[in-house]
Design a protein around this ligand. Structure first.
Ligand code: CP
Ligand code: NVA
Length: 302
């Protein structure tokens, strides 16, 4: 049974295969002659808000011939305390695949283990694998690839995005520099699992961005952390702004998985200047996820 639960658990060759496949699917959007999800229903089980992930999966499932059903945690018994393993065993008997956005990584892994249907992590507190795959596709499109590139991430160093980027750096071998306030950097236990990766962690955003080809950020407060004003207050020097970007390589791109909080992690002018890339990055969620689902049902569309 194929699942996509984390970048950590992905084989590097599969990362490249998914991206290659997404390039083809994107080029041939609207001209597919094969519909590998025909007759299938895929459930989206979301415990957190979403614009991009929900819409890209719902559209993608339909474009592959299937039907999505969206299940908000608060509208099913999961939100009233029914265990994830029971939810999984019910849905596993009724639907053909599941896409889950929740808090704990273990819940996605338990769902996959108990449901017996292809399961995709649509964001947990630990990882956001679909987003990182879409970001890598965007880097491929904009810069030709990641080999020999320096990728910087400035912001919350132990967020789902930062963690998934660390795993991508380990698997793919590119230089990754993470700048974050000391108290929000990844703990030693996490970093020790990344042995052999070309990863530097710093509290100096200029150091991270110096010579970078890709400058990446994300919200300072992830979903579930709303109201943590003390945390947010430490991030002031970690804003992506025009002055910081003077340190970056010429021809650099800026990535933001969105939603963006202008005036916090990124300035309005930088976001608008790089909006072509950032919204291409958002669109790429659709293409990469179609490829993931098609491959999960063992069907490579060309
Ligand atoms: N980037 C992303 O996952 O966006 P949504 O929260 O809107 O799905
Ligand atoms: N780190 C952010 C990503 C949002 C797509 C969050 O978890 O809220």
């Amino acid at each position: 049974m194929d699942h996509l639960l984390s970048i950590e658990a992905m084989h590097p060759q599969n990362i490249v295969k998914y991206i290659d496949h997404a390039v083809t699917l994107k080029t041939r959007r609207g001209q597919h002659e094969e519909f590998p999800l025909t007759g299938q229903v895929w459930a989206l089980i979301f415990s957190k808000s979403s614009t991009r992930t929900r819409v890209s999966f719902e559209v993608g499932i339909r474009e592959l011939g299937g039907s999505p059903i969206f299940l908000s945690q608060n509208e099913i018994h999961l939100g009233r305390g029914e265990p994830i393993k029971d939810t999984a065993r019910v849905l596993g008997r009724m639907v053909h695949g599941a896409i889950i956005r929740t808090y704990q990584q273990k819940d996605v892994e338990d769902f996959a283990a108990y449901a017996g249907i292809p399961t995709i992590n649509a964001l947990t507190d630990d990882e956001h694998p679909c987003q990182i795959l879409a970001d890598l596709l965007t880097i491929r499109e904009k810069l030709g690839g990641w080999d020999g590139k320096k990728i910087a991430f400035v912001g919350d160093g132990y967020s789902n995005m930062a963690r998934s980027w660390c795993w991508a750096a380990k698997h793919l071998g590119f230089e990754f520099v993470l700048a974050s306030p000391p108290e929000y950097q990844p703990p030693a236990e996490f970093l020790s699992k990344l042995g052999g990766a070309n990863i530097t962690v710093t509290s100096n955003p200029k150091h991270a961005v110096a010579g970078a080809h890709v400058v990446n950020t994300d919200v300072w407060l992830s979903m579930g952390q709303e109201g943590e004003t003390e945390k947010e207050a430490t991030f002031g020097p970690y804003q992506i702004n025009a002055q910081l970007l003077r340190e970056a390589a010429s021809g650099h791109i800026v990535l933001h998985c969105l939603p963006a909080y202008r005036g916090k992690e990124i300035t309005e002018d930088v976001l608008e200047q790089h909006s072509d890339t950032i919204f291409q990055q958002a669109e790429n969620r659709l293409h990469i996820q179609k490829g993931i689902m098609a491959r999960m049902v063992k069907h490579r569309i060309i």
